[in-house]
Write a new protein. Structure first.
Length: 166
């Protein structure tokens, strides 16, 4: 069972992070180069709508499987000493970053995404407010990509410890 939980955890991470990086590093630059602003925003919104259920399913599975793995590792009553030592400290940094990434993802999908849809519906892609929101969106996306890549680094660091994760 532990292998299956770990498999679902890794598969979910691949889907969530891989999709995020594909959109950020492949799709968006192509859209920016090949399409005008209106078409680009329309297509990014469509891609976001298509990917969102997969991304959130993966993120929820990451939380569930991660909590199961944590419960199997430290039980219901972790001691403070566990989180002050190397493995526990890295784990706490990773869990904190997962929370930050989840919050950033929610802001991106449910706040900024909705604003993009309103601007597109109104045809108001030349306003100062739209341009400011666009800059914040880019900053948010880059920040979240850095956070999730750091989560991957911490996950690799955890796997290098001799502590079993069964």
């Amino acid at each position: 069972m532990a292998t299956f939980i770990h498999y679902i955890h890794v598969l979910s991470a691949i889907l969530w992070i891989g999709g995020m990086l594909f959109v950020g590093f492949v799709a968006t630059p192509v859209f920016r180069r090949e399409l005008n602003e209106h078409e680009r925003v329309r297509l990014i919104i469509a891609v976001g709508r298509q990917f969102r259920p997969f991304a959130w399913t993966a993120l929820i599975l990451l939380w569930v499987t991660g909590l199961i793995k944590l419960w199997h590792l430290i039980g219901l009553h972790p001691t403070g000493a566990f989180f002050r030592e190397g493995y526990g400290r890295i784990l706490m940094f990773k869990l904190t970053l997962v929370l930050v990434a989840t919050i950033l993802e929610a802001i991106h999908d449910f706040v900024i995404g909705r604003r993009y849809e309103r601007y597109l519906a109104q045809g108001d892609l030349d306003s100062a407010e739209y341009n400011q929101m666009r800059r914040w969106t880019i900053l948010l996306a880059i920040s979240n990509e850095i956070v999730v890549l750091t989560i991957v680094l911490f996950a690799v660091m955890l796997r290098s410890y001799s502590l079993p994760l069964q």
